[in-house]
Design a protein around this ligand. Sequence first.
Ligand SMILES: C[S@@+](CC[C@H](N)C(=O)[O-])C[C@H]1O[C@@H](n2cnc3c(N)ncnc32)[C@H](O)[C@@H]1O
Length: 258
Amino acid sequence: MSDYDRAWDEQLLQNPHLVADKRSRVQRMFSAIAPSYDLNNRLHSFGRDQYWRKKAVRIAAPRPNDTVVDVACGTGDLTLAFSRMTSGPVIGIDFTYDMLPLALKKSSRTSSSVGWINADAQCLPLSDACCDIVSIAFGIRNVQDIRSAMKEFYRVLRPNGRLIILEFSEPQQPLVRFLNRIYSYHLMPITASLIARDRSGAYQYLPRSIETFISRQQMTRLMAETGFVSVEQHPMTFGVCVCYRGIKPMDSSQQHIV
Ligand SMILES: C[S@@+](CC[C@H](N)C(=O)[O-])C[C@H]1O[C@@H](n2cnc3c(N)ncnc32)[C@H](O)[C@@H]1O
């Protein structure tokens, strides 16, 4: 049995967010699927994933010299989308080492000057108030302690900096939700697991981790409780995906961080 066998089983998938060692299971799962991660994304989102990332960049509205930190960057698609919009420093951070060489390969092809760091969202190796935008795409759901990651995002942002969270969501329209569930539970896991030759359970974890994740309302409340203001949510593609944006206030010393 290799290390990559079975990060998840039926019992753990009842609610993967409550599993005590979620962190190491998530890491093992992403190591296992890293080589075919992009292909599976493009195929199983019908090409929508790159549109969602572009829309997130537009919502972040980067200025020409903004510093951007893309947390849980994976193979770097959102990081690189930001790097095309700013001449300031852009850093991609991920705790799964196997994702980063794939990201680096892409950034060297496009000759962009992006830095890649292997670190955890809950403990960013960055100084306070060092960046203008923090983004996290399809990553926050995988973090063990969302509240502590949110505090880190707040800490490293400058006043007036923007937090951008892109994440899957359950569509609210009943028919769309029904069709989406059939696809996510019964079709996608078969083809995605075959393509990735995955035995970690990553594509069984995906729909279950979305269904059991906090609601949109809970997400916006958590952002506000952390201190972010003007919190907005932008649903996309029938609500399959949502982009959240919050701003760190100018006078952040007055904010109570929970
Ligand atoms: C679904 S992928 C998303 C990758 C990329 N952001 C994208 O848009 O394709 C989730 C990524 O989050 C990373 N991740 C999960 N928890 C993390 C954490 N606590 N700290 C840093 N990275 C994390 C995983 O290693 C994985 O690469």
